[in-house]
Design a protein around this ligand. Structure first.
Ligand code: ATP
Ligand code: MG
Length: 611
């Protein structure tokens, strides 16, 4: 039999799903498997036990012979009951573990890529969203549900085979008579489910809108506007309309399915009737015992039970897109084309060089940097200034290896940082990004980020970053969660958050990082705090190289060197005095800011307003 590519892929995913059962935990998975197998053979066993009871009662040898088969039957029924009671919780444990392990793999996969280039591609984001397996509708299933579903499917066949064997022992011709229509029934039922699946999925856009509109009524921010504008009827009406547009074809299909069930019932009942009649007539004529009749009747029904259910198939179907997305991600993110290197750590602060660096964001149509040349000496305090969108933040992302230069290279002591290995290189860096993340964790965790924290070093870093005063006012000091969403947590202001991430960067320098990159770390700080922070940075700069991006020229004037980024390259470079006497762009901008400051404007010249 020649399989199409798609069928082959589906088979592969089915195998993959079975393989996932490993993650379910040995005991739980073994128990679940055992329950399933036992449940699979239970109908056949029940048939035999019932027949034994009937057979014994049929004879005329008193009650003692009936007792043993009766005990057997009772045991079978009790075991079946116990198994079905523990099946559900065991299944939840197995599924939960599989899903947890799966999601961790997806997260690792997403962070495995050295650069963040791929993460910015919408197609990759879509794949990640699908692969993460967080079902929002019933048609989506998790890998855990898919794996247990696939196992169940296999076990159903064990049930079918055992019931078939029992049947064959008494009347072999019943096997094809019952099994063939049973399969036909299954095929029809499955096709119907899949069709239903597709009809439901086709309206998913309306379903999403329905959810959006329905949730609006409960959201606090929207709640304000809904009341003020008096638009509650409009909102619930629109939601209802989307809900109905989605569900009408689904309900129509439900009616169709109900009608089609007749046809399926004929498929079930005709052969069953035939079997019952044939065996009944034989018993009537004394050619078959009552026991045989009982076993045949029970086992016949078991055959249909074994293949009749479709929920397992639905689970497998629902998990297919998840596994497909996961496999695509694995293939797409696995190989960066370059061997992963992790060279020896740098022994001293290196000389940094941007060697004719050109850069264009993936998919963009213009270069952000073009042939940028910049050398930064060890321990230098370099200020990087430039207009909004000049490419300053882009330069920090390149330095951190989050993107690779399109042309040229970034070198540390002459070695391309890509060759040093990004993991090792990043250990030498402490970076405060312009759009840093505010983790809803304690102050300590926000600074140490999972590393074992050295209290003295933490305090020292907090002092340098001007964060100590804030800390003293926090209810639980270092252990205060920095989010109101957490119990006992507080919300920090924008400036206070900058002090947190500055503390983190300074702490990293104290732990051995050699290059500190600060992308507008002080934009939200008041003038006094900013000045103090800058003072401390000048002291730090001797131990480590400091690259500071800022729009406030009064702050950066004391830097060893100021470089002005314009049109993708360095337009001006020198100390404040040199640049002022040069009388170029920097001098002009400084003059505007100074004049504005002197004429009584707020000291907080908004970021980027002038430069
Ligand atoms: N991920 C991205 N994909 C495509 N283009 C981007 C991306 N990030 C930034 N850009 C573009 O690159 C240019 C430089 O952005 P960058 O953030 O480096 O500027 P900046 O000098 O830091 O500006 P600012 O002073 O406002 O922080 C901008 O035109 C921006 O639109
Ligand atoms: Mg920026």
């Amino acid at each position: 039999m020649i399989l199409t590519d798609e069928q082959r892929e589906r088979l592969r995913i089915r195998r993959q799903l079975l393989g996932l059962l490993r993650d379910g935990g040995t005991f739980a998975t073994a128990l679940y498997g055992l329950i399933q197998v036992a449940q699979g053979v239970m109908p056949a066993l029940t048939a035999l036990a019932t027949a034994a009871v009937v057979g014994a009662a049929d004879g005329d040898s008193g009650t003692t012979r009936v007792l043993a088969p009766l005990v057997l039957l009772a045991t079978t029924l009790i075991v079946a009951q116990v198994l079905s009671a523990i099946q559900f919780p065991t299944m939840l444990v197995v599924q939960g573990r599989i899903d947890l392990a799966h999601r961790e793999r997806v997260a690792r996969l997403a962070s495995r890529s050295e650069t963040i280039t791929v993460l910015e591609q919408p197609a990759v984001q879509d794949l990640i969203a699908t692969a993460s397996a967080e079902p929002t509708t019933w048609i989506e299933k998790t890998p855990g549900q898919g794996a247990t579903g696939q196992l169940l499917l296999l076990v159903r066949y064990i049930g079918l085979v055992t019931s078939g064997l029992v049947l064959a022992r008494f009347s072999w011709w019943l096997v094809p008579v019952l099994v063939v229509p049973a399969f036909g029934y299954r095929v029809l039922a499955l096709r119907q489910w899949l069709n239903h699946f597709q009809i439901w999925a086709r309206g998913i856009e309306h379903h999403r809108r329905y959810q959006y509109w329905s949730k609006l009524a409960f959201a606090p921010a929207e709640g304000k506007e809904i009341r003020v504008f008096g638009i509650d009827d409009w909102i619930s009406g629109t939601g209802q309309e989307h809900g109905l547009t989605h569900m009408r074809p689904v309900w129509a299909d439900d009616y169709r399915a109900a009608r089609a069930k007749w046809m399926q019932s004929v498929l079930v009942f005709c052969p069953l009737l035939l079997a019952f009649l044939a065996v009944g007539i034989q018993t009537e004529h004394g050619r078959t015992s009552l026991a045989t009749e009982t076993v045949v009747l029970t086992a016949s029904w078991a055959v249909f039970q074994a293949v009749g259910y479709t929920f397992d198939s639905v689970a497998v179907q629902g998990a297919m897109p998840v596994m497909r997305a996961y496999n695509e991600l694995t293939a797409g993110l696995a190989d960066t084309g370059r061997p992963q290197v992790d060279g020896p750590p740098l022994t001293s602060t290196p000389t940094l060089a941007f060697d004719r660096v050109g850069f264009r964001y993936p998919g963009a149509d213009r270069d952000i940097l073009t042939g940028l040349e910049l050398e930064i000496a060890p321990g230098e305090l370099l200020a990087l200034v430039g207009m909004n969108g000049a490419g300053k933040s882009t330069l920090t992302k390149l330095l951190a290896g989050l993107y690779e230069p399109t042309t040229g290279a970034i070198r540390a002591d002459g070695r391309d940082i890509a060759e040093i290995g990004y993991a090792g290189w990043r250990r030498e860096l402490a970076v405060v990004f312009q759009d840093f993340v505010r983790y809803p964790l304690s102050a300590r965790e926000n600074v140490a980020l999972g590393a074992p924290a050295d209290q003295d070093a933490l305090d020292a870093a907090a002092r340098e970053a001007g964060f100590l005063e804030v800390l003293e006012r926090l209810p639980k000091g270092w252990d205060t969660p920095l989010s109101k969403e957490r119990e006992g947590g507080v919300d920090l202001s924008g400036g206070q958050w900058q002090q947190v991430v500055l503390t983190r960067a300074i702490y990293a320098i104290e732990r051995g990082a050699k290059i500190l990159v600060l992308d507008e770390p002080t934009a939200h700080l008041d003038v006094r705090t900013e000045f103090e922070v800058f003072e401390r940075l000048t002291r730090l700069a001797r131990e480590a190289t400091v690259i500071l991006i800022s729009h406030r020229l009064s702050t950066v004037r004391q830097a060893d060197r100021i470089v002005l980024l314009e049109d993708g390259r360095i337009a001006e470079s020198g100390s404040h005095d040199e640049l002022m006497s040069h009388g170029g762009r920097y001098a002009a901008m400084f003059a505007i800011q100074a004049e504005r400051f002197q004429s009584g404007y707020d000291d907080r010249i908004e970021e980027g307003e002038l430069l």
